[in-house]
Design a protein around this ligand. Sequence first.
Ligand SMILES: [Zn+2]
Length: 133
Amino acid sequence: MLSTHEDIVLHRADIPEPARYYHSERAIVVRKGLLIEQERRYLWHELEHADRGDTAGHCDPSVEAVVERAAVRRALPLKSLRWAMGQELERYRVAEMLKLPEDWIQFRLDIATERERRELRDLQEGLWLEETA
Ligand SMILES: [Zn+2]
């Protein structure tokens, strides 16, 4: 996912928060020792900050919410969701396949458009997709 962001450097360090983006250095720092699913989740989030040009420590909750929604949409395009949901019925198995946290899979479904919901429902006959309707 960093391949389209050649100018951004990734570091792992002992930091209190899961991840942080430094705009002046074009660097993302993620906390050492995160599970791969968590690391990927926070990396997508920080990449969104990078693309927006957000400066560290200046994001209010409304900005964070916008960033989080954009990040989960980028991390989980409909094509990926369809692929995983076409192979696995359980949400936790879909999360494992996509190497993202299960609650993020659910969050993505929560913010799916009606069109996206219809396409996914066709695959699963609405098993756990309906939980959020
Ligand atoms: Zn953020």
